[in-house]
Design a protein around this ligand. Sequence first.
Ligand code: C2E
Ligand code: CA
Ligand code: CA
Length: 783
Amino acid sequence: MLLNRLSLTTSMLILTVTVGLVVWAISDSYQHEELNDIFYVKLKERFNDEVSDQRIRFDRQVKSYYPAVRTYAAMVNIRDYLESVDWSSQQNIEIIDHKWPPAWLPGLSMMRRFVIPRYALLLDSSNKVREIYRYKNPMLADELINMEDDILNSSFGQSYITEINNKLYVIASAFVGEEDESPRLLIISPLDEAFLLATQNVADKKHIALLDDKGERVLVSSSQVKIPAGVLLSSLKDDYLTTVAGHLGSGSSDLLMQFASFVSTEDVRQQTAEVLNADRQIRLITAIAYILAFASIMYWVTSRIQRLTKKVIEFSGDMDIQQPESIKKDELLELEDRFELLVNAIKAETAALEHQALHDPLTNMPNRKLLNDRVQLELLKSKYKNSSFLLMVSDLNRFKEVNDTLGHHIGDKVLKQASERLKNALRRDDLVARLGGDEFGILLPNTSMSAADTSAQKIVDLFNKPIIVDGHSLNIGISIGITEYPTHGENLNILMQRADVAMYNAKQNGLGYSLYKSEEDQNSVDRLALMNEFRIALENNELQLYYQPKVDAKTGKIISVEALLRWKHEERGFISPDIFIPLAEQTGLILSLTIWVFNRAFSDWNIWKKQGHDISIAINMSVYCLQSTNLSGTIESLLKEYNVPASHCILELTESLFMKNIDQAKHILNQLDQLGVGLSLDDFGTGYSSLAYLKQLPMDELKIDRSFIMDMINNENDAIIVKATLDMAHAMGLRVVAEGVEDEETLELLIILGCEIIQGYFFSKPIPIDEMSQLLATQTLKR
Ligand code: C2E
Ligand code: CA
Ligand code: CA
């Protein structure tokens, strides 16, 4: 549509103007007609009122003829004049014709308030006309000069109208003197156009007329040109509004006449048109004012819309959503389009985010959250339908080795293929989710324990086939733990935990898959209980530190002692750190536990210092602690607090778990190195650390794990590993500690291989502080 492409203001204006004009035109013609009618009626009413006025004026004029002639007759001028003339001769009377006012007629200006007669006649006592005054008028008709007696008599004492020779006249007469026999004064005016005009206001556009008895024919009018005498009223109907006021009541007459008034319909039309035009102008101005007001409102609205559009564009920009440069539509439609675009983009983005929130970016499989949600849903459904479902937790068996030896790049590819395999092994309704690392969770809705073996075996079989990645054929293998709702638990956490327990069982015993059995659970219940007890023990200071010497292989002197935690449980007796340290790591207690160790070990170190022993103190540090960003700051203040030189503190990094955030770990290790403390890599050979990785870390010392040392005399393999490790460590400038040295033979061999520091039961088991003080004092070591 064309309107769409124009600006909102323009299109709204066009709309307003068209609608406005149509409405105006309709209302105008209607109003025009209505007004016209009203006007016509009103005018006619007014006209009716006016006509009686006109008639009164006419009457007054006619009536005033008699008083006027009486006044003239009573004047001194006329009496004086009559005394001066002799009218005794009755023969051959010559009528004196005055064209100017004669002596017997008083000055006209003086008489102006009376009727000024057109003719004045002076008659002698025998009623013969002796003198005539006819200022500028033609001579009177003979019938009026030799007037019949009854006309003369009728004119006495009143204004008398009569028709003579088809002409109307007003006549009035009076005696000059008291007696009836005295001379008479007669005034006459033709009742013609001029007479009628004189009775009315000169300004009046209306005409008046006298009509015949029946009111049909015009006898005389105030405009002979427009309404000539003799014309019929009916023929004037179209050109004039006529009002007939009825028969005349003024004066006396032998004639019956009607009085009429005429208004030109053209005049009425013109008057109406004038008013209507003025009204039309006012309406036009109102309409224009309305349009202007509307236009400014539309302009204001449009600019608000444009501002909104601008905001939408800006917001889109902030959100990296592309908006077209221009949209060829009006402002509202443009806003609508842009808004829709924005909303759709946000919807898509939200959907993507939602997908991201519920999926693993590497494999694009559902993540733990999605699995949890689905399990919760399944719990509700199964509860309602009284059905069961299976929840599996699986872990790849040799993934860590692959990842360490071949790198993350290959590891990622293995994970992708593994997830494909899992998906292929399952039904459409089942859900596989990556829980993290090489751990996957599987939900099998509407499935009972009886189907568990088949499903799990299928997966295990699939994973027994090697995974081929970049030319490597990798035997990965999988371990699966299975729980069933509702047999093994009625909520997500318990089902997950128990599936975990079953999975560890499968892994430890190389079973492939294992269904949860409650005896295994007893273990984990124990573990939880133990954890709580350990927490309380830490709070109540029930832990102890034992110390084990690290001895210089050449001199046999104790150069440092390693602090080892001991927990004597009230009922269970000594509990190994191998049990409670992993617990502390899993529950986040490890950092506060380590700080506790620092405090105790440093204060013990001060005791030995006072006793005069110059030894270093070695403290075990879980890699978990490297996740604490302020670790070096904490240690620095501890060193200060206990006045321990950094060079006398060795941190043994126990790597029970693979370092998750290697960059952060490196960063913190560098900080510790800066601090000046010694860094030692514990249990070398068992953990995840490879030599390549060791090179990147600022280590000073390497402790070969006791599992290699203890059997190196009998196991040639172990001896070779120990020798290789020693050579390599030395090449990298590290000193080497051998731990778990229980006999002299091993000691001798290690000395030959060049090992610098020895630790083990051969010299001393871990012992309490007092015993360590004694040992230091006597230095009675076995060598
Ligand atoms: P580790 O750091 O490798 O500590 C040495 C372990 O080997 C100690 O076990 C010690 O008693 C034992 N050992 C020493 N010489 C011999 C020997 O000749 N023969 C045999 N069979 N064993 C020997 P322990 O005290 O049970 O500690 C076990 C592990 O617990 C430690 O291994 C360490 O990783 C961890 N641990 C102990 N205390 C702490 C601690 O305060 N913090 C941290 N993070 N871990 C600790
Ligand atoms: Ca250690
Ligand atoms: Ca060790």
